[in-house]
Design a protein around this ligand. Structure first.
Ligand code: ADP
Length: 162
């Protein structure tokens, strides 16, 4: 059983995240989208809202027989991965700017849990500039984000704004 976790804030889920899920799913039997409950950040959506949206969107995603689970966690990603008996941590890399941070995290996680590998996927070209933060900023200022985030997420963002 090859189980991976795909950890992140997902505040909110973007098509860039979905692209990573779609492309990494065939590598594993089971994948847990692990939504970090980070008390230091003031999120747009609560952890429950974020998990709920991902659960609603995932059935429409072709994950190639990989079972998908959505769970929240707090604390160390490496601890969560070990507790859930995952052998891989999936992360996406968009630009060189992501690389330094991701490298540090991957090396630290390897030190904490040597049995767990971090697997990096390069972002899809069309989503390589998409981040949750940028989507929130553009949306707040009235810009168009269609095609970059799932429709359901956009609708929830609109509800939040009103
Ligand atoms: P975190 O706060 O842990 O970076 P994010 O939700 O921002 O959480 O990102 C989760 C993971 O998804 C990270 O590995 C990030 O690099 C990746 N990711 C985010 N946006 C994209 C994108 N547009 N394309 C590919 N990977 C992405």
């Amino acid at each position: 059983m090859r189980r991976a976790i795909f950890p992140g804030s997902f505040d909110p889920l973007t098509n860039g995240h979905l692209d990573i899920i779609k492309r990494s799913a065939p590598l594993f039997d089971e994948m847990i989208v692990a939504v970090l409950n980070n008390p230091d950040k003031l999120p747009m959506f609560t952890v429950e809202e974020r998990c709920g949206m991902i659960r609603e969107v995932l059935p429409d995603v072709d994950t190639n027989d990989c079972s998908m689970l959505v769970e929240s966690f707090s604390g160390l990603t490496a601890d969560f991965a070990r507790k859930r008996r995952a052998t891989a941590i999936v992360r996406g890399i968009r630009a060189v700017s992501d690389y330094e941070y991701e490298l540090r995290m991957a090396l630290m996680n390897r030190r904490l849990e040597p049995e767990i590998e971090t697997v990096f996927l390069m972002a899809g070209e069309e989503y390589s500039y998409v981040s949750s933060t940028l989507m929130k900023q553009v949306f707040e200022l009235g810009g168009r984000v269609e095609g970059l985030i799932p429709e359901l997420v956009e609708a929830r963002m609109r509800e939040k704004k009103n």
